[in-house]
Ligand binder design. Structure first.
Ligand SMILES: Nc1ncnc2c1ncn2[C@@H]1O[C@H](COP(=O)(O)OP(=O)(O)OP(=O)(O)O)[C@@H](O)[C@H]1O
Length: 256
C-alpha cells in the first residue's frame, strides 16, 4: 500500500498509510479500538478500496484487476464473516463453500476432492469430529478454528486473521497461539497477517508489526523495532512496561 487514505463521510479511517508485506514475513497488526485495523485488512482482502493512494496485492493492482479472481488467493477469517454464516450451516459446508466464495450452501455441486480437503482442514484445526455439527452449536473457540479452516480452503497465498483469539479462554488462546506458531513455521503455508489487541496473542515466530492509531501508522517493521515500550505506549496512549520472555512471548502492563 502506498500513501493510502480512506474516508467515509467526514471520518478519515486511514490516513496516508504505506505498508509493504513480503513473502516469508509474518505480520501482526495492532492498535487500539477504532485505530483502523479492520479497515486496513479489508483493503488487503479486496473488500474495500482506498479513497486515495495505490494498492497492489499479490502483484495485482487494485482497481485494475477483477477482485473475484484475486479473492481465492486471500484467506480471510473475521467476525464480520462469522456474522454472515447461516446458523444452520454445517462445518463441512462452511469450509467447502470457501472454494466458491460464498457462505451458505445452496445449489453448488462440490467435487469429492473439495469435500475431502474440507475434512482434512477441520482435522488439522482440531475439530475433525465436527464436520456435521451446525455452526451455531459451536463454542467460540471452535468457531474460530472453523473460520481459519475455511480461510485455508482455497490454499491461499495470503492468510488474514482478524482477531482470531477474541473471546477465547486462556487454554483456547494458548492452543491457538501454538497452532499459529506451527502454521508460521511451515514454509508452504500462506503469508499470515494477524490482527490482535493483545501482545500475549503474538506467536513467537511472527516477524513484523504494523501499529496504528487513529488511522495513522505509529510504527511498522520488524517486531524488535516496531513493538517496543515506546511505540505501544504511544499507540495506546498509556505508559506501558513491555517484556518478551525467552520463548519469544510478549507481555504488557500499565506502568504503576
Ligand atoms: N462506514 C463508516 N463510516 C464512518 N466511520 C466508519 C465507518 N466504518 C468504520 N468507521 C470508523 O473508522 C474507525 C476505524 O474503524 P476500524 O473498524 O477499522 O477500527 P479497528 O481498529 O478495527 O477497531 P476495533 O479494534 O474496535 O475492531 C472507527 O472510528 C470507526 O468508527
Amino acid at each position: 500500500m502506498s500513501h493510502v487514505t480512506l474516508r467515509r463521510g467526514q471520518n478519515v479511517l486511514l490516513d496516508d498509510v504505506s505498508w509493504h508485506v513480503e513473502e516469508g514475513q509474518r505480520w501482526i497488526v495492532m492498535g487500539p479500538n477504532g485505530a483502523g485495523k479492520s479497515t486496513l485488512i479489508n483493503i488487503a482482502a479486496t473488500r474495500a478500496h482506498p479513497t486515495k493512494g495505490n494498492v497492489a496485492i499479490l502483484g495485482e493492482v487494485l482497481g485494475a484487476v477483477d477482485v473475484f479472481d484475486l479473492r481465492p488467493s486471500i484467506g480471510l477469517s473475521s467476525t464480520l464473516l462469522a456474522q454472515q454464516v447461516p446458523g444452520g450451516e454445517t462445518l463441512k459446508n462452511l469450509v467447502v463453500t470457501a472454494a466458491y466464495g460464498v457462505t451458505g450452501r445452496w445449489r453448488e455441486a462440490y467435487e469429492p476432492e473439495d469435500l475431502q480437503r474440507a475434512e482434512q482442514l477441520l482435522a488439522r484445526w482440531g475439530i475433525a469430529g465436527y464436520a456435521d455439527r451446525k455452526f451455531r452449536t459451536l463454542s467460540e473457540g471452535e468457531r474460530k478454528r472453523a473460520l481459519i479452516a475455511r480461510a485455508m480452503m482455497t490454499d491461499p497465498e495470503l492468510l488474514i486473521l482478524d482477531e482470531p483469539a477474541a473471546g477465547l479462554d486462556l487454554a483456547g488462546r494458548e492452543t491457538l497461539v501454538r497452532s499459529l506458531t506451527q502454521l508460521a513455521s511451515d514454509p508452504f503455508a500462506p503469508t499470515p497477517i494477524l490482527v490482535t489487541h493483545h501482545v500475549e496473542e503474538i506467536p513467537p515466530n511472527f516477524t513484523h508489526a504494523m501499529l496504528l492509531r487513529e488511522g495513522q501508522v505509529i510504527a511498522a517493521g520488524p517486531l524488535e523495532t516496531a513493538l517496543t515500550e515506546e511505540t505501544l505506549s504511544e499507540a495506546f496512549r498509556l505508559p506501558l512496561n513491555v517484556s518478551r520472555n525467552a520463548e519469544g512471548r510478549f507481555s504488557a502492563f500499565a506502568r504503576t
